[in-house]
Design a protein around this ligand. Structure first.
Ligand code: GRF
Length: 207
């Protein structure tokens, strides 16, 4: 059984897709053991509690410095002892130590086709604003492993989504979530739970 910790900041629709995937059996041999939000008002916390999942808020704002926040965060991760950490719209930079200890065991969902519209400053609606500004015809989402960079880790799955002529950042964000993010995040977890994802030389191979 793959034990999953999900980190969230916002609405938690990606978390919901994982909860539903496990409930429906499209994700097998996996269980969410804990949800951590950096935001006390995150609706994701309500979703977790409704699903009977242990959920807590660890906010940097509630600590006097980053070090203390990191310490608390690491303790909460250690307690949960997950096999996989899923960043589902998590807007906080992870402690370096966690990335080292959990190498190729932390995944993130990003709402564009990496390497387009990613890196520092590309989060939330901004990603879709930039895609529309550039006039791309196709965008999408990417699930990747997390390394020391921002959105630079090995790519696991990507799904393309067509941009429509009358798209706004909001409409594009919604379609990318529905057509891509909520599909490929559960799929990636299912592949990992099935032991089918290997990383070699910074690249993913799916068996
Ligand atoms: C999604 O667009 C995700 O790709 C991005 O943040 C958003 C989170 O949405 N990283 P939600 O909290 O899962 O609803």
């Amino acid at each position: 059984m793959l034990k999953i910790l999900v980190c969230v900041s916002g609405g938690g629709t990606n978390l919901q897709a994982v909860i539903d995937g496990i409930a429906k059996g499209t994700i097998e041999n996996a269980q969410i053991v804990r949800v951590i939000s950096n935001n006390r008002n995150s609706y994701a916390l309500t979703r977790a509690k409704t699903a009977g999942i242990d959920a807590l808020c660890i906010s940097p704002k509630e600590y006097s410095d980053r070090e203390q926040f990191h310490e608390s965060f690491l303790t909460a991760v250690e307690e949960a002892a997950p096999d996989l950490i899923v960043l589902a719209g998590f807007l906080v930079v992870l402690p370096q130590k966690l990335i080292e200890v959990y190498r190729n065991r932390i995944i993130n969902i990003h709402p564009s086709l990496i390497p387009s519209f990613c890196g520092t400053g590309f989060y939330g609606l901004k990603v879709h604003e930039k895609a529309l500004e550039r006039g791309v015809r196709v965008t999408g989402a990417t699930v990747h492993f997390v390394d020391e960079g921002t959105d630079t880790g090995p790519i696991i799955l990507q799904k393309a989504v067509a941009v429509e002529a009358d798209d706004t950042p909001e409409s594009l964000q919604q379609r990318v979530m529905e057509e891509a993010e909520w599909q490929i995040l559960p799929q990636a977890i299912q592949l990992i739970a099935g032991g089918r994802v290997k990383v070699n030389d910074g690249k993913v191979r799916i068996d």
